[in-house]
Design a protein around this ligand. Sequence first.
Ligand SMILES: Cc1cc2nc3c(=O)[nH]c(=O)nc-3n(C[C@H](O)[C@H](O)[C@H](O)COP(=O)(O)O)c2cc1C
Length: 171
Amino acid sequence: MLTAQRVLVTYGSKHGSTADIAQWIGDVLRAREIDVVVLPASGIQDLEPYDAVVIGGGLDAGRWQKDAARFARRNRKELDRRSVWLFSSGPLDPSASEREIPPPKAVARIAERVHARGHMTFGGRLAEDSDDFLTRRLVADGRSGDFRDREQIRAWGEHIAAEVNHTGPAG
Ligand SMILES: Cc1cc2nc3c(=O)[nH]c(=O)nc-3n(C[C@H](O)[C@H](O)[C@H](O)COP(=O)(O)O)c2cc1C
């Protein structure tokens, strides 16, 4: 019998929608008997307790939200010793549900550095109540709405769960 795997799902999220995705992925892993902790990337000090890590970032001008990017940069050696998967959340249209969207260059570089086992792009959500200039412009362009695809997120979570349970404990 395999020892329980402990997985960290961590995220960088400016307006909360990437945080929701991280929680939903955590729920899927938990339902598969995996010991999961879901935490913001800004609050993690130590990766020692975890066998595998899922990192998600909300996209902002072609980059991950800064806490996610910083987490990946600072912990690159520790991440290299673990199984790592990445996800990005951004597109404000149904495109991410219709086809696989490759990560932007900045995120692809992170994936290379940590030797990520996979990357997935999910649709995003634009909060209409946000009052910064760029958000208002996107809302005016009709880009507001919630394009997160729960079924796609669940399926990806199941894929990670299967890989984690298949791999067994690190080390
Ligand atoms: C100023 C701004 C820039 C954005 N840039 C991108 C981008 O480069 N690529 C993308 O796919 N989505 C982009 N988005 C959409 C966000 O990634 C999307 O709203 C995401 O769900 C936000 O995640 P959060 O709620 O976790 O902050 C942008 C949104 C805003 C407001």
